[in-house]
Design a protein around this ligand. Structure first.
Ligand code: ADP
Ligand code: MG
Length: 350
C-alpha cells in the first residue's frame, strides 16, 4: 500500500524538474531502428519508412482511473503502458514508442516515481517499446499520467472499426469480466482493511482476477497470430469499456447489426464462482465490466476454418444487416436489445 510517511524518502524538490527527468529516464535506451532520436532534445524523431504510423493517447487520473490504496505504483506504471499499447494492437499494428507525461503532487517522493517508472520500464521491455520522451510537471492534488503511444503497420494490414459486414463472424480473444471482478474483490478488501487494519486478507482464490485488474496484459500476440493464420479481420476494437459497448461501436461504425450469443461469451471459472459469491450475473459482468484489454474483431465466414479450435479465439456471434438491430441471444433463446453499460456507468449506479 502506498505510504510516504517513512523518513528515508526524497522529496521531489531535492532533485528539481531536470534532475528528476534525468533520474527517471536514465535507463531507457532505444530498441527500434525507427527511433532516430529519443529523450533529450526538443522533440523525438521517428522514421517508419514505408509503414503507416499509428498514434493514440490515454490519460489516467488518480481517484478516477486508479486508487493507490490497492494499486501498487509499479503495477500502475505497467498498466498505463498496457492501456495504450492495446489501442495499437486493436488497429492490427505493432506498438513501438511511447511518451510518458506525469504530474505528481508533492505528496509523492522520488522513490514513488521510481516505482512507477520501474513498471513502465518493465512493460516497455517486455512489449518491445521505446520510451522516447514526455513531460514532467506538478499537480496540486493527486497523480496524473498521460501516455501517448506510436506504432506501425503496413497500409494493407491496418484494421478499422468500420469494415464489418452482415454475416461476418464476431470473435473475441481470451476471457472477459475478470478485471472487473478483481476490482470488486479489491474494493471489498479495502473496506475490510479500513474497519480492521490488522486483518490479513486471504486472496489466494482471487489471484487471477486481481492480476487481471492490477497487471493486465495487452494482446501483442494477436496481430502476428492473425497474420500467421492468414486472417485479416474486417473490423477490430479493444475491450476497455465492456463487451457490449465495444460490440455496439463496431456495429455503429460498420453500419451493421449483430447477434451476440450469451452462451458463447468466454468466462474463466474464477469469474463464474466469484460472481456467485457477489450475487452478480456473470453475463452482465462480461458485457459491462471493463478493463479486459482483450481484442474484439470480425472476420469473413470464409475464414472460419482458419481460426476454428484456436484456444485464443472464441466466436461469440455474427453481424447482421443494420436494420435487424443489435441483439443479445440469451441461453433461453430470447433476443434482447444490446445496451451499452460501460463499467463507469455501472459504478455510478451502485
Ligand atoms: P521541454 O522543456 O522542451 O518540454 P523537457 O525539459 O520537458 O523539454 O524534457 C527534456 C527531455 O526529457 C525531452 O526529451 C522530453 O521528452 C523528456 N521528458 C520529460 N519528462 C519526461 C518524463 N516524465 N518521462 C520521459 N521523458 C521525459
Ligand atoms: Mg517539457
Amino acid at each position: 500500500m502506498f505510504d510516504n510517511s517513512e523518513p528515508t524518502k526524497t522529496s521531489l524538490s531535492e532533485l528539481g524538474e531536470f534532475g528528476l527527468i534525468d533520474h527517471l529516464t536514465k535507463n531507457f535506451s532505444p530498441k527500434h531502428s525507427s527511433t532516430i532520436k529519443a529523450i533529450g532534445d526538443d522533440a523525438a524523431v521517428l522514421d517508419f519508412k514505408d509503414k503507416q504510423t499509428l498514434v493514440s493517447t490515454d490519460m489516467l487520473v488518480e481517484g478516477v482511473h486508479f486508487d493507490l490504496a490497492y494499486m501498487p505504483l509499479k503495477h500502475l506504471g505497467y498498466k498505463s503502458v498496457m492501456v495504450n499499447a492495446s489501442d495499437i494492437y486493436a488497429m492490427n499494428g505493432k506498438a513501438t514508442h511511447i511518451t510518458v507525461s506525469i504530474a505528481p503532487s508533492n505528496r509523492f517522493p522520488v522513490e514513488a516515481l521510481e516505482e512507477l517508472y520501474a513498471g513502465i520500464q518493465l512493460a516497455a521491455d517486455l512489449y518491445n517499446i521505446d520510451v522516447i520522451g514526455g513531460d514532467t510537471t506538478s499537480s496540486t492534488s493527486g497523480l496524473f499520467i498521460s501516455i501517448s503511444v506510436f506504432g506501425e503497420a503496413k497500409k494493407e494490414d491496418v484494421v478499422y472499426r468500420s469494415g464489418a459486414q452482415a454475416n461476418d463472424l464476431l470473435v473475441v480473444t481470451g476471457d472477459l469480466g475478470a478485471a472487473y471482478m478483481g476490482l470488486q474483490v479489491l474494493e471489498r478488501e479495502k473496506q475490510v482493511f479500513k474497519a480492521n487494519p490488522n486483518a490479513q486478507p486471504d486472496l489466494d482464490q482471487y489471484t487471477y482476477l486481481i492480476e487481471r485488474q492490477l497487471k493486465p496484459e495487452a494482446r501483442k500476440d494477436i496481430p502476428p497470430l492473425l497474420k500467421e493464420l492468414g486472417v485479416k479481420p474486417t473490423s477490430m476494437i479493444d475491450i476497455s469499456d465492456g463487451l457490449s459497448s465495444e460490440v455496439i461501436h463496431l456495429c455503429k461504425n460498420s453500419k451493421t447489426g449483430v447477434n451476440l450469443y450469451e452462451e458463447k461469451v468466454p468466462l474463466d471459472p474464477a469469474v463464474i464462482s466469484v460472481c456467485e459469491e457477489f450475487e452478480l450475473d456473470s453475463t452482465m459482468i462480461a458485457l459491462s465490466g471493463g478493463e479486459d484489454y482483450e481484442l474484439l474483431f470480425t472476420i469473413s465466414q470464409s475464414d472460419f476454418d482458419k481460426i476454428k479450435g484456436n484456444p485464443n479465439l472464441t466466436i461469440i456471434g455474427h453481424m447482421t444487416e443494420e436494420s435487424a438491430g443489435m441483439h443479445l441471444i440469451t441461453r433461453a433463446n430470447q433476443a434482447i436489445p444490446l445496451v451499452a453499460r460501460g463499467w463507469n456507468s455501472m459504478k455510478s449506479e451502485e
